[in-house]
Design a protein. Sequence first.
Length: 258
Amino acid sequence: MSKDSIRERLLKQREELKRRNSTSSFYFIKEGTTRMRIRPGVDDKYALAMEVTQFYLGANGINTIYSPSTLGEPCPFMEKFQELKNSKDPDDKELAKKLIPRKRFLIGASIYKEGSNKEIDPDRKEVGVIVSQSIYQEIVELYLDEEDYGDMTDPDEGYDIKITREGKGKNDTTYACRACSKSRAPKEATAPIDLEELLRKELKSYEELEDILNQFLSGTSGDEEGEDSPKKRNDGDISSVSSDDEEEKPKKKILKKK
């Protein structure tokens, strides 16, 4: 590949990163403690969260691809994964392990300013928070515990959630979820959030996904493992979906109000 081609590709990737950083509707839990007010969905289908399918690529600017298959729409990544998985060629099956779809949960929320328990961050007042299955399960347990906790999205009798992340790497990152005391929600954190609309803002077109997939398959995305990369399996089996509990280790539940 010529230097001009490399430069052109890097320039495109730089613009893509700038665009994502400035317009992303998603919020990813960073190291430390994030306080948020979870907001209800606009309908019963996604009342609390939306299960999202994603593919982890690993490097060169675009680490994670959100799959249109989440909404039942065509996705070249899912199509290629199924093709490789069902192939009788051992090389194809090995490549399929790098394209195992992963499940995450998208929750609508308002994020508080760092260190504050009263002020919502104006840049994050309506975002989709991506969490693992284990963290979402803890949130569901809180919601269903009507005696002590109940519906955290209730504007008058709900409560904030704190998620604490420790570690940065794939093998040393842990998460803990806990409920705060019941309180009235800030006025900017009461309206329902359309999770499907948030997701669609992050979805790429079929043609864009094809281009990214071709780059990935040609080796331009590298083989590095990041903190969100799927765990390699020793038994050679290729499951249909990667279990995020293999990658992220939740701490023991802490359900104390603070």
